[in-house]
Design a binder for this molecule. Structure first.
Ligand code: FAD
Ligand code: NAI
Length: 465
């Protein structure tokens, strides 16, 4: 069998690429080494983590939130196996959905590890060792990423866990130490804190969520502390001794100084992810890599003709929707169209409570680039719907160019921020101004009125503050 396109890896980058290519008439196959399609995101990432985040948020809402609304239901009882079943069922439905979509679009699926013996050829090695070689005009590598290891620390997924182990702990740990105050650490730390764990987050830098808007993160950290999460910032974990029943964690100030130790039942290592290229045969093929990432040009082409790469395995944010958009763009390019991704407008969401959502530049970015900007801010305490729902934490911040008024960045800390950010992304995609946002009619009473008010605040004319 000869194909127009073979995609290696069926995460959000790979499966979306394969479906779009098939829609455009390319004879397409996909190779996946896992037993199920959907990649990190659907199997061990976005989807299971959001199932647990939602369920644990409901648990906390019943424990501490409903009483204030006059709903008295008594102390909630945790049924962890049922919560885990909800997560597993959610994953199952999603990965089966992807298998259905691939079939519906007539994409041939091969379960096995893909490697590239030469341009135009993909070898698939099944679990039992059986090999077959497929011929193709083009190859898209979408093999994603894997957990970054802490030097000298062995992840056994029982006591010392990565995100994968943290998604399936058999019981709530008494004490959980999270290494890294990034997205995984704060999301999964929140899950287990809500379910009863004492959570301490140890972060190398002097701030949480590096790269996100600093003011937003500072307020967010205060909210997490109010919820009971402890932080040790400017500190690095230098060793983790697995005692079998738990762990002794040695922590040193990042700037040097005396070490201290903390006991933990479980340690979550969440210090980032690394591009995954193992077993593809890229070295022999001569594909250029830089810091582990596959090097591509602006059209996703590697230095080897006919071989392309997208998603976590290439530069840019490691986000599912970024991988998806790249998958669509390369499929369209291979079909002779003009696929394109606007890297200036990729939203990011931290699915904690409250959520953080952002798109575009932070104030720190704009200052570093010397761009003159105006900022408008509006707090949810002044929003009627937020008050009615008892979700008054946080604010919306709109950053607009001082001269042109074009919106350059929007940052939201608040309940439902991940949904609200979409209108900012659409606005920015169309090159909209804060005036455009301020003059767009927003339904009342909604949390998203705070977005409009923040846009009004850019010219100091917010109504409700
Ligand atoms: P992946 O999803 O990693 O898929 C790559 C696939 O390739 C895998 O299935 C792998 O088995 C397969 N593969 C690798 N090598 C081979 C080979 N040689 N042959 C065959 N198959 C191979 N992002 C968000 O945007 N939102 C979130 O809420 C979010 N939550 C996350 C939560 C967690 C706990 C984690 C770990 C990640 C989360 N992410 C989230 C990040 C997101 O999962 C990734 O950005 C996304 O999955 C990248 O997609 P991808 O297609 O590049 O690769
Ligand atoms: P991350 O890059 O977000 O955060 C890692 C943190 O660990 C950083 O703050 C870093 O300074 C810190 N760190 C590094 N080494 C350390 C050390 N030795 N000691 C203490 N701290 C240390 O990585 P994370 O959270 O593992 O997530 C990986 C990727 O997955 C991210 O790129 C993210 O985009 C993606 N993801 C996205 C989600 C979302 O969109 N909601 C959810 C989960 C993951």
């Amino acid at each position: 069998m000869s194909y127009d396109l073979i995609v290696i890896g069926s995460g959000p980058g790979g499966y979306v690429c394969a479906i779009r290519a098939a829609q455009l008439g390319l004879k397409t196959a996909i190779v996946e080494k896992r037993k199920t399609y959907g990649g990190t995101c659907l199997n061990i990432g976005c989807i299971p983590s959001k199932a647990l985040l939602h369920a644990s948020e409901m648990f906390e809402e019943v424990a501490h939130g409903l009483g204030k609304l006059g709903v008295s239901v008594g102390k909630p009882k945790l049924d962890l196996p049922a919560m885990m079943k909800h997560k597993d069922d959610t994953v199952g439905a999603n990965v089966q959905g992807v298998a259905f979509l691939l079939k519906k679009n007539k994409v041939d699926g091969f379960i096995g590890t893909g490697s590239i013996p030469a341009a135009g050829k993909v070898e698939v090695t099944a679990e039992d060792g059986a090999k077959q070689v497929l011929e193709t005009k083009n190859i898209v590598i979408a093999t994603g990423s894997d957990v970054a290891q802490l030097p000298g620390v062995t992840i056994d997924e029982q006591v010392v866990v990565s995100s994968t182990g943290a998604l399936e702990l058999p019981k709530v740990p008494g004490k959980l130490i999270v290494v890294g105050a990034g997205v995984i650490g704060l999301e999964l730390g929140s899950v287990w804190r809500r379910l009863g764990a004492e959570v301490t987050v140890v972060e190398f830098l002097d701030r949480i969520l590096p790269g996100l808007d600093l003011e937003t993160c500072k307020q967010f950290q205060r909210l997490l502390e109010k919820q009971g999460v402890k932080f040790q910032l400017g500190a690095k974990v230098s060793s983790v001794e697995n005692t079998g029943k738990g762990a002794k964690v040695t922590i040193e100030p990042a700037a040097g100084g005396a070490a201290s130790t903390l006991d933990a039942d479980v340690v979550l290592v969440a210090i980032g992810r690394r591009p995954y290229t193992q077993g593809l045969g890229l070295e022999a093929l001569g594909v250029a890599l830089e810091r582990g990432q596959i090097v591509i040009d602006s059209h996703f082409a590697t230095n080897v003709p006919g071989v392309y790469a997208i998603g976590d395995v290439v530069r840019g944010p490691m986000l599912a929707h970024k991988a998806e958009d790249e998958g669509i763009a390369i499929a369209e390019i291979l079909a002779g169209q003009h696929g394109h991704v606007n890297y200036e407008v990729i939203p990011g969401v931290v699915y904690t409570s409250p959520e953080i959502a952002c798109v575009g530049a932070t104030e720190e970015d704009l200052k570093a680039r010397g761009v003159a900007y105006k900022a408008g801010k509006f707090p949810f305490t002044a929003n009627g719907r937020a008050r009615a729902a008892n979700h008054t934490d946080g604010f919306v911040k709109v950053l607009a160019d001082a001269t042109t008024d074009r919106v350059l960045g929007v940052h939201i800390l608040g309940h439902g921020a991940g949904e609200m950010i979409a209108e900012a992304a659409v606005l920015m995609e169309f090159g909209g101004s804060s005036e455009d946002l301020a003059r767009t009619c927003h339904a009342h009473p909604t949390m998203s009125e705070a977005v409009k008010e923040a846009a009004l605040a850019v010219e100091k004319r917010a109504i409700h503050i």
